[in-house]
Design a protein. Structure first.
Length: 142
């Protein structure tokens, strides 16, 4: 009973304090007591969205923020991959060929796949994978 008597007045005082601060801020922002002008709200919203990369499609709204032009590069061509691409890239990384190796499928046959991986030192690593087991190909091939 005593705990409720202590907590309840504190809650009432806290609510009054928060309500008073909110009223003071609202009165300062809108001295006439009304809402903000719709054109101002729309302009502020469109400007905020323009800063995040959205384009203004409404000709009636002027946007003060103009996004910097970004250069869009064409998409890189898709690399040919196969069933053992992941295994080949993992082997190339284990052989210190490249930090981020990209295996390209060169040839595919019954039960095998041949990959080439460009290494960071400029050489190309040739791999042959058979049913998930990849090995480095010799100079003469297999």
């Amino acid at each position: 009973m005593i705990g409720a008597a202590i907590v309840f007045p504190a809650a009432v005082v806290g609510a009054a304090l928060v309500g008073g601060i909110a009223t003071a801020v609202y009165d300062e922002a809108y001295p006439s007591g009304g809402r903000a002008e719709p054109k101002l709200q729309r302009s502020a919203m469109v400007d905020c969205m323009a800063r995040r990369g959205y384009r203004n499609m409404d000709p009636n709204v002027k946007v003060p923020h103009v996004a910097a032009a970004t250069q869009i590069e064409p998409p890189s061509p898709a690399l040919k991959t196969g069933r053992d691409t992941y295994v080949a890239e993992k082997l190339a990384k284990g052989m210190n060929c490249s930090a981020v190796p990209r295996a390209v499928l060169e040839e595919k046959g019954p039960g095998f796949e041949r990959y080439s991986v460009g290494c960071s030192d400029g050489q190309t690593l040739a791999l042959r994978c058979e049913f998930g087991n990849c090995l480095k190909e010799g100079a003469g091939g297999n």
